[in-house]
Design a protein. Structure first.
Ligand code: VGL
Ligand code: ZN
Length: 241
């Protein structure tokens, strides 16, 4: 027993000694800090009243992302903001269809569509950015989901999977090759934005504690799995230098 303990202690200290020799400390095995540079952009997805308590499609804990994002903003030269921006009677609203209820699904021309409560209608207070979001250096606002017959979770491409929003062109023309995605909701607009960014050739990080999820029928776990399979990196705000 004592022998065993002594041996494992010796092994442990030998291992630590080796790491010392390599200039490594145990913390070197944690995620190294990432420092966003001139070729990186922070994407702040849909931090709007509609997705926060008191809004039409509140995401649990949605308001909690606001201080995290405000703080992150200081580390970025480039910031893009998005807004879900639907017409009245939008194709993604359950109320548009007789006999349909929110959170059911329907089949549209481009595929399956989750039906939501009416939310984020263009120009309404509900669609405004959260009042405590402080992003004075943000450079562009991308509005999406404004075609009445087509939804757009992604900030890059509408749900028909062929209509671009222009964001990829904007970022590429500005020499940006890396995006850090934050905001609401992790399992819908954040995930689709992150996966489309990968598809379009960007390096992509999702900053988990700067997001909150809807989590409809396991959608959050599914989203992380799909994002990971596509090479999206999952990090925390504390990983940003
Ligand atoms: C979103 C559902 C419907 C989102 C937008 O921002 O994640 N989710 N519209
Ligand atoms: Zn929407």
């Amino acid at each position: 027993m004592r022998q065993l303990q002594r041996r494992s202690l010796l092994q442990a200290s030998a291992a630590l000694g080796m790491m010392g020799g390599l200039g490594l400390t145990p913390s070197a095995f944690a995620q190294a800090k990432v420092k966003p540079g001139a070729k990186s952009a922070l994407i702040v997805v849909d931090v709007q009243n509609c997705f926060i308590d008191g809004g039409t499609l509140p995401v649990k804990g949605g308001a909690d992302v606001v201080p995290v994002i405000n703080k992150l903003a200081g580390a970025f030269e480039n910031i893009v903001v998005t807004q879900d921006w639907h017409t009245a009677g939008h194709a993604s609203f359950a109320s548009t269809y007789a006999g349909k209820k929110p959170f059911e699904t329907t089949k549209l021309k481009y595929g399956n569509q989750v039906l939501w409560p009416d939310h984020c209608v263009q120009g309404s207070d509900d669609a405004a950015l959260h009042k405590d979001l402080k992003l004075p250096t943000a450079q562009v606002i991308i509005r999406k989901g404004f075609h009445k017959d087509v939804d757009s979770y992604s900030a890059f491409e509408e749900a028909d999977r062929k209509t671009p929003t222009g964001l990829a062109g904007y970022l590429k023309q500005r020499g940006i090759n890396t995006v850090y995605v934050t905001g609401l909701a992790t399992d819908f607009c954040v995930a689709w934005t992150a996966m489309d960014a990968r598809k379009l050739g960007f390096q992509v990080y999702v900053i988990e504690d700067a997001t909150r999820a809807i989590d409809l029928n396991g959608s959050l776990a599914a989203a992380w799995k799909q994002m990971s399979a596509k090479g999206v990196k999952r990090i925390q705000s504390s990983d940003i230098a």
